[in-house]
Design a protein. Structure first.
Length: 270
């Protein structure tokens, strides 16, 4: 067990992208988004890391043609579509590098952001190699960050989005829980550590949902959509640690994008 924990840790320490998650609460279904421009902001969960079929432009961002923003745009044909989401983006990167795509003509904005700011890549690495006590300590530290600096960063970002796109419907999507408890994984973390990570995902999404509501944005929960499809389930829509494609670890597969994220966005966007 110690060897497998160390092996898993070695993989986790190589993660180049932020790990992320999902949680509670959605608003009532809003009216249909009017015709206009659609801008997809955010981190690796919005760029489609893990879904494959990456676009040639902006290779470092790992934008996938199978990501939910592309699938939504194909189905709804907005007047314009800007795919700005990028692997590894935190709130500061979205604020400084992606908001130039917004304008008063933008009618829909979507994003996932917050996992990187909360330090989940480091938390996952600590859980993999540090043992249960250090894992729980790392999770607690991440939760403190969510309740502290993350709330200020989200407020700053959300205010800037509204300033640049005053007429847009803004949909903030959550993150899925990472693990299916009492599942099929024989190696790696124990269920106590997996449950702690899932609880942290729920907490993160609670923070995101609260700040989104405070700015008049819609929060789209993906927890129910991914239920039964987490890591260690019989049909996972999330990658576990993959040493051959380390950046894709803990990210949604193509079905996770099309069957998890896309329906969640469609329900609240019309």
């Amino acid at each position: 067990m110690r060897q497998t924990r160390i092996a898993a840790g070695a993989c986790s320490l190589l993660l180049a992208a932020a790990c992320a998650f999902a949680g509670p609460a959605t608003a009532q279904v809003p009216p249909r988004v009017p015709a206009g421009g659609y801008v997809a902001l955010g981190d690796s969960y919005s760029s489609g890391v893990g879904a494959g079929d990456y676009l040639a432009s902006g290779k470092e961002c790992k934008r996938s043609s199978r990501a939910y923003p592309v699938l939504w745009a194909e189905a709804h044909a907005p007047a314009t579509f800007s795919f700005a989401a990028c692997n590894g983006a935190g709130t500061e990167e979205v604020l400084t590098e992606q908001l130039g795509h917004l304008s008063p003509r933008t009618s829909l904005v979507t994003l996932t952001v917050g996992g990187h700011d909360s330090g989940f890549a480091g938390t996952m690495a600590m859980c993999a190699i540090g043992g249960p006590d250090r894992c729980h300590t790392a999770v607690s530290r991440a939760v403190d960050t969510m309740d502290g600096s993350l709330t200020d960063r989200l407020d700053r970002l959300y205010t800037a989005i509204r300033d640049r796109a005053p007429a847009a419907r803004v949909v903030v999507l959550g993150y899925p829980r990472l693990y299916h408890l009492r599942g099929s994984c024989a190696l790696g973390l124990q269920d106590g550590e997996r449950a702690a990570l899932n609880d942290a995902v729920d907490h993160l999404n609670g923070v995101i949902a609260g700040r989104a509501a405070g700015h008049g944005f819609t929060f789209a929960d993906v927890t129910a959509a991914f239920a039964g499809h987490e890591i260690c389930s019989s049909r996972p829509w999330l990658h576990s640690v993959d040493i051959l494609a380390i950046t894709e670890s803990y990210h949604p597969t193509a079905p996770g994008q099309s069957l998890g994220y896309l329906p969640a966005l469609t329900r609240v966007s019309g």
